[in-house]
Design a protein around this ligand. Structure first.
Ligand SMILES: Nc1ncnc2c1ncn2[C@@H]1O[C@H](COP(=O)(O)OP(=O)(O)OP(=O)(O)O)[C@@H](O)[C@H]1O
Ligand SMILES: [Mg+2]
Length: 406
């Protein structure tokens, strides 16, 4: 039986920092025992812009989680997102040259090494090497080639890299909070771990996490990751548009978005009015609720078109039988599924994290998919050995790969 351990995830977002502590017994035995959430400061679109402020947000979230669980947090599994993250597909080919022509683990080691040897800019480092499939001679669609017979072994992988300096800045903020970073996991990989079954990954599905400042996209086909992308827009752009368009403070715009907002302006009665708080000391004034919806719909259309572009760019749009699963706080906006199906022309749904025991109702909302998924990813694959060491050797990266794929 697997040994029980304590795992804490840290999701540093543009709107909130979330720290979740769980007792992990096994894949189906993950019990949430601590939750801490703090408004995030010093983070813009997934990048740390002010370490001191970020440290304060992290401390606040971590201390709240510690208070609830009664367990001191010493190390965390951290999310990674932002403009600096890149995902590329790559292929490696080797000859199977032992006398029996049987694929050994050494051959898998070599072919993955060949596949990840893509031109990685000097300022980027590898975060994940995710296998999509192997081919032995002419046979494709192989998940685990170990022991198969042939002369030629090919590996298709998805390589995720991030900027060395950006990763260092994020890590510095965590370390300055008095916490070690045990592993770093791509946000979308985490979110999808909290939402998807293996069956859905086989079927073909896109997961789109709409946060406050970043949209993380991941596409699974035939059970593997075939595309990842990040768009530097989010639900805070709806808030900013409302603030400017209706001449109301940002906090009021945020409240209006959540309380009266929708991205389907046609469904709003044109005669319905709402109170708009004014800037400064002036009294609130009435305005058509439809104006609010018009502003929100315009921005959400732009966002959904950009998401559609990415899905088309993946080259997999026509095989996504599982459609698009939206998550993240921005997915809670009224009317999203209808507008998304109109624009993207695929089935859409909104997903909340599932599969945790304990105080799971506290986090059963789309904005916790990343934080929950970080724990589930680790529960499933273990901590990556090479995750946080910059310039980590190939051996470490290979161990990471093995854990993530076999
Ligand atoms: N009911 C709602 N209607 C509309 N928007 C909402 C609703 N609830 C939350 N949001 C929006 O979701 C966003 C926060 O989502 P989330 O917590 O997933 O972001 P984050 O993870 O902190 O940021 P990011 O992932 O972009 O770095 C905010 O912009 C908030 O306004
Ligand atoms: Mg987020």
């Amino acid at each position: 039986m697997e040994q029980e351990r304590i795992v804490t995830s840290l999701d540093i977002g543009s709107a909130k920092v979330a720290a979740l502590t769980a007792r992990v017994g096994g894949l189906d035995d993950v019990e949430l025992i601590g939750v801490g959430v703090a408004p995030s400061r010093g983070i813009k679109m997934g990048a740390v812009t002010n370490i001191e402020q970020t440290v304060r947000s992290i401390r606040e979230a971590v201390e709240e989680a510690e208070l609830m669980s009664g367990i001191e947090i010493e190390e965390v599994v951290l999310n990674i997102t932002g403009k600096h993250v890149r995902g590329d597909n790559s292929t490696g080919v080797i000859a199977i040259n032992n006398r029996e022509r049987v694929v050994t683990s050494q051959d898998i080691y070599r072919v993955i090494d060949a596949a990840q040897a893509i031109r990685i800019p000097a300022d980027q480092e590898i975060l994940h090497v995710l296998s999509r499939e192997f081919k032995v001679d002419d046979q494709n669609g192989i998940k685990d080639p170990l022991g198969m017979v042939g002369v030629r072994l090919e590996a298709d992988v998805h390589v995720v890299t991030g900027s060395v300096t950006q990763l260092q800045n994020t890590e510095k903020a965590v370390v300055s909070s008095g916490i070690r970073v045990n592993d770093r996991i791509l946000s979308s990989l985490a979110s999808s771990s909290a939402l998807l079954t293996d069956g859905e990954k086989e079927l073909g599905v896109a997961v789109v996490d709409i946060g406050a400042g970043v949209i993380d996209i991941i596409i699974y086909t035939d059970g593997g990751v075939s595309y990842t992308a990040t768009i530097c827009l989010g639900s805070q752009h709806l808030t900013q548009d409302i603030s400017i368009g209706l001449k109301t403070p940002l906090e009021a715009a945020e409240m209006l978005k959540k309380r009266y907002g929708t991205v389907l302006s046609n469904e709003v009665d044109p005669s319905e009015t709402i109170e708009i708080p004014s800037v400064g000391d002036r009294a609130p004034r009435p305005s058509a609720r439809r104006d609010l919806a018009d502003i929100m719909e315009a921005r959400m259309r732009e966002i959904l078109e950009l998401i559609d572009h990415e899905i088309i760019r993946s080259g997999k749009k026509n095989i996504l039988a599982g459609g698009v699963v939206f998550t993240g706080g921005g997915a809670r906006v009224n009317g999203l599924v209808t507008l998304a199906e109109e624009i993207i022309q695929l089935g859409a749904s909104v997903g909340s994290p599932k599969g945790l025991l304990g105080i799971a109702d506290r986090i059963a909302y789309p904005e916790f998919s990343t934080a929950v998924g970080l724990i589930q990813y680790v529960a499933r694959y273990g901590e990556a050995t090479g995750g946080r060491k910059s310039g980590s050797g190939f051996l470490n990266r290979f161990k990471t790969w093995i854990q993530e794929n076999l």
